[in-house]
Write a protein that binds this ligand. Sequence first.
Ligand SMILES: Nc1ncnc2c1ncn2[C@@H]1O[C@H](COP(=O)(O)OP(=O)(O)O)[C@@H](O)[C@H]1O
Ligand SMILES: [Mg+2]
Length: 359
Amino acid sequence: MIRLENINKTYPGNAQHAINSLSMTINDGEFCTFVGPSGCGKTTTLRMINRLDIPDSGEVYIQGQALSSADIIQVRRKIGFVMQSPALFPHRSVAENIATVPRLLGWDKKTIARRIDELVALMSLDPLVLKRYPHQLSGGQQSRVSIARALAADPPVLLMDEPFAAIDPVVREKLQSELLQLQARLHKTIILVTHDINEAIRLGDRIAIFQEGGRLAQFDTPDNILSFPASDFVRDFIGPEPNLKRLGMMRVGDLPRHDVPLLALDGQSLAGGHPLLGQQRALVLDANNRPLHWLEKGQQTPVHFADEHQSLRNVYSELLNVPQGVLVRITPEGSYAGAIDSSLLSNALNRHQELHRDD
Ligand SMILES: Nc1ncnc2c1ncn2[C@@H]1O[C@H](COP(=O)(O)OP(=O)(O)O)[C@@H](O)[C@H]1O
Ligand SMILES: [Mg+2]
């Protein structure tokens, strides 16, 4: 657990606080994102946690230990740090960069070599890059190497300062989803700084939104922040169409199942549910439960599908293209698994808000 207690920091000559009365707790295994406009204290906060910077007042605790009285070398061993670019040592090869902390810790050569191999596989790096130097890598590869280096000694905490800021959108998206997959396996305590609200929403279990003067504007789950912005500043910062952003975080698999009337190929009625959009239509299934077509007043119409991992934002956009306004959910094997229309999407948005009100 990382706990910040009433941290204040003002740099000499600056009128504004870099950090102003900041208190927050980040739980073990949590992926937390810090987001906010430039100069609002995100990097300074990260540096406080790594003791690269010292608060004027207040205390940082890691696993219950106050940093002001801790052995800083010991503390830093528990923390992997990915700095704002350019962060790799330019005159060291990729392998040497990754081996930085293990070498400091005095690991033997064999153990280091084995760990490098593991990290290369973990970060989907081509082993051929190990001999190269940072300037010979693409932006995406540099990011992967920076993260590999931070993970080298398997620290429980990972701090990352805008690790994907300088990367083109396509590669950034890929690295984001890889980082999520990595976190699902490694369960690190992660703080990732970004200025991109969409990145913060996509990656964070919770988001800390900072505002000018080093103040914490809101610290909550993405869904709660989008549903209940704490101030006008937060509302402006999260931008337009918060409901579309919320749909972007939910998957088809999160929706309760809704069944429609079903028919077998021979026209026999199967156990089904209620029609969507009040239409008198039935879905015809083959012998393996695979949807074939809709049947309405003797007319066949095509079926449009949604799979369980598809985001509801994507579903919403598909629904606009489908004349009947209904998508059929299918399992990875292609079997019928219910149906979706826009009313189910509104229900999903409202259901989340009601859950929050009950807290
Ligand atoms: N070493 C420093 N000396 C003086 N001012 C600094 C220093 N580091 C940061 N600041 C100031 O502190 C504020 C917060 O900076 P920073 O934490 O880097 O913001 P962010 O990462 O959110 O962009 C800014 O006004 C910045 O100019
Ligand atoms: Mg910064």
